[in-house]
Ligand binder design. Structure first.
Ligand SMILES: *Cc1c(COP(=O)(O)O)cnc(C)c1O
Length: 479
């Protein structure tokens, strides 16, 4: 037995490399990362029709590999396919970010592996996250009793909001279909998904009318809620968008809060895209009224330029979040003494989870808030700049002035079908690959969209995209 233990230990110890091995693998990984960042200007933002890797390329085997080979596979089979979300040429969907100091936070969180889910296990990690949540609640303007949880993203945060609203409003399975949710045509699809996941997919879903800039019409909301109540239904929840993903429209949050108060609706604001514009004065004006929400979703991996994997749910009353998520078990009895505060595991669906606070806290402390504020102001201005320049190019017609940093537009050719031309234009931009934009349907019309939220998008990238659009549109039109 002792010989066997010895043999197994020698093998098992490979899982815990010594300093020399660690330093070498870290050096190579660091050089790889450094080269990646340095080469971003030459890398495409989008690679159309890249050969798709087969499953076998990634399959683990019994034998060890080298870090060199592994990094080669990463480069070849992953980084060279699809959209490059680290590129400042990314103007599609809602661009992500990936600020470098956040990666250091992840690195340190992974190496130290603090157990952030439970206060007892790591009071420091739990309180760091609490402090970050408090900072966000202050940014939104929520009262002292507010609380929240750092999630993996906006979809999960919206799910936590729906579950919290369900529990707070006492909706049981048998009365789901008498409850009404008010969304708009611009509500993110993850809210519909969350309703289904939360077991309330059979509730009545009303799509409230919007104005010409795709903002929810509060008068229509009030009318609809009154009609539903008169018909014996129960108006339950309104979901306002504070920056819709599609066109960046900010619903009139104050007026919606008035209607919510009058009709006793749960007032949820999905600010996954737009929430951190609260750091700017223009954003604070646009998002006025958000402080009256019952629950709010923010996405640091959008508005704070973090790498993917960071969302947040905030609740005006922390106890309501806990009422929806708190649970305990006998084997958790030692962990119950939480110093009088809730742990992240009490406020969200996860128990063991990554120490998400560090990827957020490290860059905020290291860089200070000022550069984040400046970058967000820059994106708002770049969106206006893009729209102003686009109008000057013959044939291009932009949609409404942006509430935040999304601009929609269409190219109107002198002859021929508009939709056909715009599809060809998008395809040509994708084939070129230096910049990435995406398309949508607005009032049944094929429409192109420019979404500016990438940390590496500056005036030069916007000018480059404008030039590409101008040349490409002209080329397509001349056949
Ligand atoms: C991105 C987004 C979501 C979904 O968030 P994920 O982080 O992608 O899960 C929800 N709502 C809005 C408004 C968004 O922009």
């Amino acid at each position: 037995m002792e010989r066997e233990l010895h043999r197994l230990e020698a093998m098992a110890r490979q899982l815990d490399p010594d300093a020399a091995v660690r330093h070498e693998m870290t050096r190579q990984a660091f050089e790889f990362a450094d080269h990646f960042v340095a080469s971003l200007a030459e890398r495409p933002t989008y690679r159309a029709n890249a050969a798709c890797p087969d499953l076998a390329a990634f399959r683990p085997e019994d034998t060890a590999g080298s870090i060199r080979e592994i990094l080669d596979v990463l480069e070849r089979e992953v980084l060279d396919t699809g959209i490059n979300p680290a590129s400042g040429g990314h103007f599609g969907y809602i661009p992500g970010g990936g600020i470098y100091p956040s990666a250091l936070g992840d690195f340190l969180a992974d190496v130290t592996n603090s157990y952030s889910g439970v206060y007892f296990a790591s009071p420091g990690a739990a309180v760091m996250e609490r402090s970050l949540v408090r900072w966000m609640a202050d940014l939104v303007g929520l009262p002292p009793g507010a609380g929240g949880d750092l999630t993996s993203g906006g979809s999960i945060a919206n799910l936590a909001a729906v579950v919290t609203a369900r529990e707070a409003c006492g909706i049981r399975a048998r009365d789901v279909e008498h409850n009404v949710v008010y969304l708009s045509g611009q509500t993110h699809h993850c809210v519909d998904k969350a309703l289904r996941l939360a077991g309330v997919g059979d509730c009545v879903i009303r799509r409230v009318a919007m104005d010409k800039s795709w903002r929810m019409d509060p008068a229509a909301l009030a009318q609809s809620a009154a009609a539903d109540r008169a018909a014996g239904l129960r108006p339950w929840m309104v979901v306002a968008s504070a920056g819709s993903t599609d066109v960046g429209a900010v619903d009139p949050l104050g007026a919606i809060a008035d209607v919510a108060a009058e009709h006793r609706l749960w007032n949820h604001v999905d600010a996954a895209y737009g929430g951190f514009f609260l750091l700017t004065s223009a954003g604070r004006q646009r998002l006025a009224g958000i402080e009256r929400a019952d629950t709010v979703v923010l996405d640091p991996h959008k508005g704070l330029f973090l790498p993917f994997g960071s969302g947040a749910i905030l609740a005006r009353d922390e106890r309501q979040l806990a009422a929806a998520h708190y649970y305990t078990a006998d084997y958790m009895q030692d962990a119950r003494d939480a110093g009088g505060v809730f742990s992240p595991a009490d406020l969200g669906p996860e128990l063991t989870r990554p120490f998400r606070g560090l990827r957020l806290w490290l860059p905020l402390k290291l860089l200070g808030l000022a550069p984040f504020r400046a970058a967000l102001e820059e994106k708002l201005l770049l969106a206006r700049y893009f729209r102003e320049r686009l109008v000057q190019i013959r044939g291009f017609e932009p949609g409404p002035a942006p509430d935040l940093s999304v601009v929609t537009f269409r190219y109107h050719p002198a002859h021929g079908d508009i939709e056909t031309h715009n599809k060809a234009l998008l395809q040509a931009v994708h084939r070129d690959g230096r910049y990435f934009i995406s398309s949508t349907q607005l009032d049944g019309q094929y429409t192109l969209r420019f979404a500016c939220l990438h940390v590496r998008s500056h005036r030069r990238e916007v000018d480059g995209l404008l030039a590409l659009l101008e040349q490409t549109a002209a080329r397509i039109e001349s056949g």
